[in-house]
Design a protein around this ligand. Structure first.
Ligand SMILES: O=P(O)(O)OP(=O)(O)OP(=O)(O)OC[C@H]1O[C@@H](n2cnc3c(O)ncnc32)[C@H](O)[C@@H]1O
Ligand SMILES: [Mg+2]
Length: 173
């Protein structure tokens, strides 16, 4: 059985493979770049959630699919502070969909200002750290938690939340 992953991002892919292979050791993984149909930089919880759902829905209908996973990163403003937010969606071929949200921490003002002006977090983080490809590595959440929680670990938690809901629904059938 195949598990479809709606991205080529390395941090997201690692999270899906790490957690899903614990529960489905015989599954194989297929990456498929799909459109989120939301902004490149989602600016609300609602938009970020919708991006994850939109990605996952495009993975319906493949042969031998266990499920498809859509993961989306964004930011949301609360009380004048920009927090990172992250969402995941798991879809099965019959159209059932499970969603979950992940950890959120505030972004420093100098980063938040650039996003409010229209920049994307990925490139902003590369400039901030003077490195390349932070979004494929520890991510903003890793940089701003001193490496304690990486972008993969954050998406791993979302994977547990998604698989847990999916498995429970199968037990209730
Ligand atoms: O290839 P995809 O799956 O699109 O992976 P992505 O890294 O672009 O991830 P998202 O589209 O889900 O994230 C939306 C934007 O926020 C950026 N982003 C999100 N989380 C980030 C993080 O933890 N560190 C750095 N950039 C991040 C990302 O680069 C995009 O500009
Ligand atoms: Mg993206």
């Amino acid at each position: 059985m195949k598990i479809y992953i709606g991205t080529n991002n390395k941090a997201k892919t690692k999270a899906v493979q790490t957690i899903a292979s614990l529960y489905y050791p015989d599954a194989s993984f297929v990456n498929k770049e799909v459109d989120s149909f939301v902004s490149a930089q989602p600016m609300s919880n609602e938009e970020t959630r919708q991006g994850a759902i939109n990605r996952a829905k495009q993975l319906i209908g493949q042969q031998d699919t266990l499920f498809g996973i859509g993961l989306e990163g964004g930011v949301q403003e609360i009380d004048g502070i920009l927090y990172i937010c992250n969402w995941g969606a798991l879809v099965v071929n019959n159209g059932d969909i499970f969603t979950a949200t992940g950890a959120g921490i505030p972004l420093p003002d100098e980063v938040a200002e650039k996003l409010r002006a229209g920049a994307e977090l990925g490139p902003v983080m590369d400039v901030y750290t003077n490195r390349k490809g932070i979004r494929h590595a520890e991510g903003a959440i890793g940089v701003f938690t001193d490496g304690l929680i990486t972008r993969s670990m954050m998406f791993e938690h979302i994977m547990y939340l998604l698989i847990g809901q999916y498995e429970l629904s199968r037990k209730l059938l």
